[in-house]
Design a protein around this ligand. Structure first.
Ligand SMILES: Nc1nc2c(ncn2[C@@H]2O[C@H](COP(=O)(O)OP(=O)(O)O)[C@@H](O)[C@H]2O)c(=O)[nH]1
Ligand SMILES: [Mg+2]
Length: 321
């Protein structure tokens, strides 16, 4: 890809040409040299403006449905929103219920909404990199909100969640021992807890339990923010506006506490590490595949072959600079 083509893509993406935006995101997933050129431009824009909101919680708790309903509210506010779905069960990937997929697709036709599904497969060391880099690209393109949906299990998802200003943990009634859910760790990171599927009978009991945990200060929010607990039924479109109001309240809180900019700073710093990490891991994987331990007997020799290859790839970094 020559530079002119990349610049052209960026210009078109800035005018909200969705095809071009999609191509830029694909570059982040598939081509480190091009990704480098793109991010070098993107990160020169010093002021970060996008509010990044992470949605996590067990599969089936209703994250995608909730996001889809929130999009309807935010669209009315004339907000530009990007959704990054890092979720094998995302409505955008195969295997989802047809209805969910259609609802999400309806949103993605709206000019101010962009939805991207990131496959967890085939991105070896690069999932964190691609996810965090996508946030930066949406920020650069003037998106007001970036929603991220993950099931929050792997390291990549932790990196990406750490890049969010506001974290929403979505849970549902009847998942058995709620204490287990808390112990799973995922419950400890939320700024806002959403008990979805509150149309279900057993939901009041779960709500009271979660409320008790939060009230008794077992869950300590970041920066002194008191975690909120909300009840929704994404299916019945109930409580969605409350979630939106809580998101906006949290945004105001973090702006007042000067957390908004420091988060963006940390995210951009993380991206530097993830970029180098991705280059090195890709190189190591490639050379490891090529290594023939019969032709190169002895651990010392084998390590030496890999060391030399990695050293030469570090030398190649000069090509970027
Ligand atoms: N009863 C009920 N079902 C819901 C609600 N929200 C989502 N669902 C259903 O739960 C299933 C999983 O939802 P989904 O949004 O894909 O969950 P995700 O895996 O967390 O993204 C789907 O069949 C939804 O229709 C709700 O509020 N009440
Ligand atoms: Mg989902």
């Amino acid at each position: 890809m020559n530079n002119e083509y990349l610049y052209e893509l960026i210009e078109k993406a800035k005018r909200n040409d969705k095809g071009s935006i999609g191509k830029l995101l694909t570059i982040l997933e598939s081509s480190p040299p091009e990704a480098f050129k793109l991010l070098d431009i993107v990160l020169r824009e010093t002021k970060s403006k996008a509010h990044v909101i992470g949605f996590t919680g067990i599969p089936g708790s209703g994250k995608s449905t909730l996001i889809s309903k929130l999009l309807s509210f935010y669209k009315k506010e004339n907000c530009k929103i990007a959704v990054i779905a890092i979720d094998p069960t995302s409505p955008l990937s195969r295997g989802a219920f047809l209805g969910d997929r259609i609802r999400m697709q309806e949103h993605s036709l709206a000019p101010n909404v962009f939805i991207r599904s990131v496959s967890t497969r085939g991105l070896k060391g690069g999932l964190s990199f691609a996810g965090v880099a996508m946030i930066e690209v949406f920020d650069y393109l003037g998106y007001d909100k970036v929603f991220i949906e993950t099931v929050g299990i792997g390291q990549a998802e932790t990196d990406i969640m750490n890049s969010a200003h506001t974290i929403i943990v979505v849970t549902m009634p009847g998942i058995g021992d709620e204490i287990q859910a808390l112990k799973a760790g995922v419950m400890e990171i939320g700024d806002i807890y959403v008990l979805n599927k509150s149309d279900k009978e057993e939901s009041q009991k779960t709500f009271e339990y979660l409320n008790f945990v939060i009230e008794s200060n077992e869950l300590v929010g970041r920066l002194g923010w008191r975690p909120k607990l909300l009840k929704t039924s994404a299916l019945m479109n109930y409580g969605i506006e409350d979630v939106m109001n809580a998101i906006e309240e949290h945004l105001q809180y973090i702006i007042e506490h000067r957390y908004f900019d420091s988060k963006a700073y940390l995210r951009r710093k993380l991206l530097v590490k993830l970029f180098i990490e991705k280059l090195l891991i890709d190189k190591l994987e490639l050379e490891f595949e090529r290594l023939n331990i019969e032709e190169t007997p002895g651990l010392r020799n084998q390590l030496n072959v890999l060391r030399e290859k990695i050293a030469s790839s570090l030398k190649e970094l000069e090509l970027y600079i």
